[in-house]
Design a protein around this ligand. Structure first.
Ligand code: LMR
Length: 393
């Protein structure tokens, strides 16, 4: 039986991790997978996470199963963090295996509710969005998103394309810090998106994997909150991997905002059912760390302060890179790097130029020229800037 299997195409982001590891060159630079690294190149355990883990270790008396949908403390704390004003009578929630698990369960839920739904997805998007939909056999179409000239959002293209989504179709949107481009909508543009969805009855699925990495914890959730206030039905897949730095704990959450309480109860039941079918109970450790932090004023304040340090470090690197490139190129054509937000920016280089960065300068970025800003430090920024110019980008 097993010899009938076909080789699976490797994930482009994960493949890069292996290639980077195998490279023996001194001074190699990893700008691939979206993991935050401090200026010493370390992905630290955040102070509040350590403190919460200690507290859990000292007080936890059982490792018996959690609730099938996860612990209410976690789900409530996350609802307040993401939505602030929680419409409790309309909100269903589900602890999931990371943000990826939340996306997968959201798509499963959409298919259960509307087997004919088409998913509208930005071009480009996180490659695993496409891979999961292909694997599930879900029909999807891409909407225009990135303007290759300006490296900003092609908003007219986006509006025209998402207006084609019909009632009950799903429109997958990145709540902030678009992955892979780093180009984001303004609040005025989000308002226009909400109006299009209000008119058509298409349902937004918001992927919120980087809250706190763009303009701030509250600012990065503003679009999601506005959509949740305006539209009758909304799906939100949020991740704690990045903003709590607990990547390997696989801590995510799916919210389903329903039209009324009866529909909320149906959604809640189906979501718990989906957990049971896929992996039964969700992992608890990361979720407990998050709820411990979010429900304790001192821990929360310390976590928020460290998250701000992380965000400001990335913003500093963005400005430094944009300014190095302005000097080296004698032009402002790289200023978009300073305007993008989140971990990533799409440079707009060709695959050949990306390959040249790898072969000539041992600089690794995803083939579509997505670079992870957090993989840089103030010493490697000039190295990257020089290599970008040398590669003819
Ligand atoms: C990324 O885009 O690099 C991250 O979301 C990590 C992943 O799982 O791909």
């Amino acid at each position: 039986m097993l010899s009938n299997l076909k080789p699976q195409a490797p994930d482009s982001i994960l493949k890069l991790i292996e290639e980077f590891k195998a490279d023996t060159r001194q001074g190699k630079i990893d700008l691939g997978v979206g993991v935050y690294k401090d200026p010493q190149g370390v992905t630290p355990v955040m102070r509040a996470v350590k403190a919460a883990e200690q507290r859990i270790w000292e007080t936890q008396t059982t490792k018996a199963y959690t609730g099938l949908a996860g612990e209410p403390e976690y789900r409530n704390a996350m609802a307040r963090m993401v939505l602030k004003d929680v419409p409790g009578d309309r909100l269903a929630s589900l602890a999931t295996v990371g943000g990826t698990g939340a996306i997968r369960q959201a798509l499963e839920l959409a298919r259960l509710a509307n087997p004919g739904a088409t998913v509208y997805v930005s071009n480009p998007t996180w490659p695993n969005h496409l891979s999961i939909m292909k694997f599930m056999g879900l029909p999807f179409v891409e909407y225009r998103y990135f303007d290759a000239e300006t490296r900003g959002v092609d908003f007219d293209g986006l509006k025209a394309d998402i207006a084609r989504a019909g009632k009950g179709d799903i429109v997958l949107l990145h709540g902030c810090c678009h992955n892979p481009t780093g180009a984001n909508l303004s609040m005025e543009q989000w308002d226009e998106v909400a109006a299009i969805l209000e008119k058509s009855g298409a349902i937004p699925l918001i992927d919120l994997a980087y809250q706190g990495f763009g303009d701030g914890l509250e600012e990065d959730a503003a679009a999601t909150r506005m959509i949740a206030q305006r539209l009758p039905e909304v799906l939100i897949a949020a991740s704690c991997s990045k903003n709590f730095g607990i990547y390997r704990e696989r801590t995510g959450i799916l919210f389903a905002l329903a039209e009324n309480t009866a529909a909320r109860d149906l959604a809640q039941g189906s979501m718990a059912f989906l957990n049971r079918q896929n992996y039964s109970f969700p992992p608890d450790h990361g979720a407990r760390v998050v709820s411990t932090i979010l429900t304790d004023d001192a821990l929360r304040a310390d976590w928020a302060a460290e998250l701000e340090e992380v965000r400001n470090t990335m913003l500093g690197l963005r400005s430094q890179l944009a300014s190095e490139l302005r000097d080296l190129s004698g032009s402002d054509r790289f200023d978009f790097i300073g305007q993008h937000r989140g971990m990533f920016s799409r440079l707009g280089a060709t695959p050949e130029q990306v390959a040249k960065l790898k072969s000539d300068a041992a600089i690794y970025m995803v083939g579509d020229s997505r670079l992870n800003i957090a993989g840089l430090n103030q010493h490697t920024v000039p190295v990257l800037a020089r290599a970008i110019i040398d590669a003819g980008i």
